[in-house]
Design a protein around this ligand. Sequence first.
Ligand SMILES: CC(=O)SCCNC(=O)CCNC(=O)[C@H](O)C(C)(C)COP(=O)(O)OP(=O)(O)OC[C@H]1O[C@@H](n2cnc3c(N)ncnc32)[C@H](O)[C@@H]1OP(=O)(O)O
Ligand SMILES: O=CC(=O)O
Length: 799
Amino acid sequence: MAKASRNPKKNTGAKGAKKAKGAAAAEPKTPKTAAKAATAGSRAGKTSKPAARPAERAAARPAKPVKAKTPAKPAKAAKPARAKAAAKPAKAKAPASRPAAKPARKGAVKASAPKAKAAGRPAAKAPARRAPAAKVAPRSAPKSASKPLAKPAAKPASRPAPKAAAKPAAKPAAKPAKAPAARTPAAGKAPAKSPAKAPAKTQTPAAEAPAMSTIDLARERAAGRVKRAVRRVVATVADVAASALKPAPRPASALRPAEKKPRAERPRARGGAVPGVVIKGRMGPRYPEILSPGALAFLAELHRRFDGRRRELLAARAERQARFDAGELPDFLPETAEIRAGDWTVGPIPADLQNRRVEITGPVDRKMIVNALNSGATHFMADFEDANSPTWSNNIEGQLNLRDRWDGKIDFTDETSGKRYAIGENPAVLIIRPRGWHLLEEHLTVDGEPISGSLFDFGLYFFHNAKALLAKGSGPYFYIPKLESHLEARLWNDVFVFAQEKLGIPTGSIKATVLIETLPAGFEMDEILYELRDHAAGLNAGRWDYIFSFIKKLAKRPDYVLPDRGQVVMGKAFLGAYALLLIKTCHRRGAFAMGGMAAQIPIKNDPAANEAAFAKVRADKEREVGDGHDGTWVAHPDLVSVAKEVFDRLMPQPNQVDRQRDDVEVGQADLLRIHEGTKTEEGFRLNIRVGVQYIEAWLRGRGAVPIYNLMEDAATAEISRAQIWQWLQYGAVLENGITVTPEFFDKALAEEMERVKQELGAEAYEAGRFPEAIDLFRSLSLAPQFEDFLTVPAYKLIA
Ligand SMILES: CC(=O)SCCNC(=O)CCNC(=O)[C@H](O)C(C)(C)COP(=O)(O)OP(=O)(O)OC[C@H]1O[C@@H](n2cnc3c(N)ncnc32)[C@H](O)[C@@H]1OP(=O)(O)O
Ligand SMILES: O=CC(=O)O
C-alpha cells in the first residue's frame, strides 16, 4: 500500500469519462490442533481458557507495540488433529463467573449471553432472544470435507425466533432525509455560465464558509436553485483557472444510457402487483424477471419486519458517535466480556468455502462478473457496495447478471469489441456483498418508505438464487459490510433466519463473512461472530473502510489526526493490531480470517512500474499469510496469480484456521495507536484530486475506477475526503509550514481541478460531471459536521 504514484498515465477518470463506460506468524506452541486440511467445522471440544479482558489489560499496561511472542514461521502443513477435536464431546467450560452450563446437545459449547445493553442503546429494545446464559448451539463438524455443503444443524433450540420478527417494524427513530424527487438539473444541462464574477466566497474563514450541509445542498437542488450552487463552486475553480472552465454544454455522450431515459422508460411509480410496494425506477425489458410479484412480496416482508430495527440501530450509531465526539474512546464492551471469554465456535463451514486463498472483487457488471469468475481466483465477491455506483440500472442489471449466472445464461458477446464472454472451467465461488445498513434504495418503496439497500440487494439475490445455489452444491454466501456493532450483526442474523424459513431452506445455509471495517467493530469481533455463529464463515480485514472509520469516529479528537493517506499502512499501528486481533479471534472461533485489498493494479505500458506495483501486492500478501490469514483479496485478474503464488508457497494447505495466535495480545491502546508520519501538501492535494475524480466517476455510474494507478472505490475515496475535512477542522500544519485553512483548500481545489483537466484532456473533463462532483466534494470538506458517508448525499444526485 504505497503512496499513490503521481503518474497520471493511467487515470480512468479520464478513461472512464472518455469511454463513459457503463455504467509472526508465530506458529504458537505447535498446537495439537494444527491445521486440518479440509474441515474447518467446529472446534467443539476445546477447553475454555479464561480470556484476559483486553480493556482491563490495556488500562493496566502502558502502550506498547502489538506483541507476537514468537518470530514468524511459515505455516505448517495440515494435520488431522482438528477432526479429532471436532469429534470429541465438548469439554468446554462456562466462563468462571457463570455457573457451569449444561451441554445443550452433544458437542455443545457454552457462553453467556450479553446483557443487551451494549453501545447501541436499542439493545434494551432489541429482541430478547438471548437467554441470560445462552447455550451456544452445538457445532458438529462437517461429516465429510468432500460433501458440497455441510448440512446445517437443525434449528437450534437456543435461537428462538426473534420477537421483532413477529411484530411490525418499530417506529423509525430517525427518518433519513428524503431524496428530492427530481433529478438535479445539472445532470443533463450545460454547466453554469462564466464563473469569473462570482463573489469571493472562497475567502471566507472556516466558521463563515459557505459550507452548507450536503443534505441542505440536496434540498436546495430540489428547490431549483442548483444553478447558483454550481456557479459558486465553478467560480472557485475559475478564480485560478478562469479560462479552463468555459461554459460548454455537456455533450450527450457524457450521459450514461440509464440517465438518457427514453420517454417510454422514464421513471413512473408502478404499484399494484404487491400491496404497499411501489417501483419508482424505470422498468427495463427484463426487469420484471427480477421484480416479480413473489420477489416484491418477499422484499416487503423483509422491510416490514426489519426496517424499524435498522433505523433504531442507525440512531444508536449516531448516539455512540456523539459519545465519541464528547471524548469517550472506543473500547471493548464490559457487558459482553463473557462472550469474549467463552469457549464457543461458529457452525460448520461448507466445503466450497474451505479454501478461499484468493478472492477477486468487482462490481456487478456483466463483463466483469464473467472475467472474475474465470480469473483463476477461488472466489469472487460481486459487489453491490463500494465498487458499485447504486444506480437503479446497475442494481437491477447486476441482479439479472447474477441470476443469469446460475441459470447458465450469462455468456454474451460484447457488441463494441466483438469479444465473447463465457464462463469457463472451475469458475470462482460466488459471494455477494449487499449495501450497508445506512444506504437506501429509493427506487422501491414499501408502505411509502424507501427500502433499505441491504435488504433490497440481499433479498433479491437470495430470493432468486438460494435454492439453485444449494442444488448446485454451493450456497447463498454473503459479505456483510460496514457493521458498527454486534447488534447490527444480530439484525443480519435475524434476517437470515427469517429468509431461510420463508424459502424453506435449512437454517445455517447462508454463510456470511463480515468485514471488520469500522473502528467500533474492531472492538466487537468476538461478539459479531457470536451473533452470527450459525451463519458466520469468517471475518475480513477491510482496511480501507477501517481507516476511514478511524478518522470518522475520532474526528473530533485533534490528538488522533492521521498523516498522509499513503503513510497509513498495514502492519503498523492500529492497522497492524487490528489485523492480528482479527486472525486471533477468527481462528479461536473456527472461522476464516480473510485478508484485504492492496490497492495496486497493473500499470500498462510501463513494465518497471508494473513490477514495482506487483511487488507491493506480493509483499502485502506475504505479510497477510505470514500473520495467519486464510486468504486474501485482489482487485484485478492480473493479480490473482501474484496472490496465489504467495499463498501456495506459504500456505500449501487449504487454510490455516487451526493456527492459533494465542501469542497476540491486543488491547485498547493498540487499536487506537496512530501511525507516525507527515502531513504534506502533496498528500493534501492528492486527496483532493482523488476525491473529486472518484465522486465524478460514481455520478456517472462507476463505483470502482483506476486513479493514479490505484484502485479507488467508495472506501478509499472516503479516506481522501475525510482527511481533508479533518485537516481543515483542526487547521493542520503541513510539513512545509502551510496551515490548512478554507482559503487554502479553495485555492488548492481550483488548482488541482485545473491539473485534473490537463491530465484528462479538456474534452473528457467537460464531458464528465465535474461541476457536481466538485460541488459535493467542497461541501463535504467544509461542512461543520462530518457527513457520515459521501455516498448518501451523492445518491441524491443519481436516484
Ligand atoms: C476497499 C474495497 O472495498 S475493495 C472491493 C471493492 N473494489 C473493487 O472491487 C474494485 C475491483 N477492481 C476494479 O473494479 C477494476 O480492476 C478497476 C476499476 C480498478 C480497473 O478496471 P479497468 O480499468 O477496467 O482495468 P483494465 O483495463 O486493466 O481491465 C482489463 C480487463 O480486466 C477486467 N477486469 C479488471 N478488473 C476486474 C475485476 N475486479 N473483476 C473482473 N474483471 C476485471 C476488465 O473488465 C478488462 O476486461 P476485458 O479485457 O475483457 O475488457
Ligand atoms: O471493503 C474493504 C475495505 O478495505 O474497505
